[in-house]
Design a protein around this ligand. Structure first.
Ligand SMILES: [Zn+2]
Length: 267
């Protein structure tokens, strides 16, 4: 990957990622209207999913902007969570709550960031620090050290500051089409690389495009992940911990929109 051109990285990952995510986002909106959430309470704790945090550029299309939170909007959302009594939790707390009934603080919320763009490090991290909020960062290893994605040093810094580094495959191919060697290339080796980079175990996985399958759940469990996060659809009834549903935070949402989406989950 060392001579992988920046423009190629952008075109090969960001553009298809936005196109496919946009398709799924539309499905999600329909599902939200029909109230189709996880059936067994796995979604009762709001888990937020952010992508890029940066100001919009004129080249960003309408659909791109769903995945790009302007910096001021993100700042206002973080302030709003704090001012409305939300307590940020870590994924270990969420798992202990689901599996052992461990106590959570009042109004818990888990923050997650997908894809590892550098905008998260440069623009979201200062706001998280200001609020003393910790988050989970799902990283693709193929693009580490290639702008507009984070460097390895930035990933190390996030981990040292108490944020959770987690796996989001090697180059963002959907798990639905994996053969045996894909599972090694896309999940096993990238996870091991992240563990080498941060010097800690990597326990959590997010499905690219939020899309999963029953076979993928078994593989993720066999590989020893503690939990996995999706974006769309119901939780799997037999293995809900490997299909934790998240709220995709749209770049068009105000703080009030975010609070309304969270309160729907809490009900
Ligand atoms: Zn992603």
């Amino acid at each position: 990957m060392s001579n992988f051109p920046k423009s190629a990285v952008y075109k090969s990952l960001i553009v298809p990622l936005i196109v496919v995510c946009t398709f799924f986002y539309d499905i999600s909106r329909v599902m939200a209207k029909t109230g189709s959430q996880g059936e067994i309470g796995m979604s009762a704790i709001p888990v937020l999913c952010y992508h890029q945090v940066r100001n919009w550029k004129s080249a960003d299309s309408k659909s791109d902007r769903i995945y790009i939170l302007p910096v001021n909007t993100f700042r206002e959302q973080i302030k709003s969570l704090r001012n409305n009594g939300y307590h940020v939790i870590l994924p270990d707390q969420l798992v202990d709550y689901f599996e052992k009934g461990a106590q959570l603080p009042e109004h818990p919320v888990l923050l997650t960031f997908d894809d590892g763009t550098e905008s998260q490090y440069l623009n979201a991290l200062p706001e998280l620090d200001a609020a003393d909020f910790k988050a989970v960062f799902f990283i693709m290893t193929a693009v580490l050290d290639h702008s507009p994605f984070m460097s390895r040093n930035e990933v190390v810094d996030l981990s040292r500051r108490g944020h959770i580094i987690a796996c989001h495959t090697w180059d963002h191919h959907s798990v639905k089409g994996y053969n045996a060697s894909d599972w090694i290339k896309q999940v096993k080796l990238p996870r091991e690389e992240l563990e080498r980079i941060i010097g800690k175990s990597v326990k959590y996985f997010a499905y690219p495009y939020g899309a999963w399958s029953p076979i993928a759940i078994s593989k993720i469990e066999q590989l020893g992940f503690t939990a996995a996060f999706q974006l769309w659809g119901k939780c799997d009834k037999t293995k809900p911990i490997y299909t934790i549903r998240r709220i995709l935070v749209s770049g068009y949402w105000t703080s009030s929109d975010l609070l309304n989406a969270i309160r729907k989950i809490e009900k």
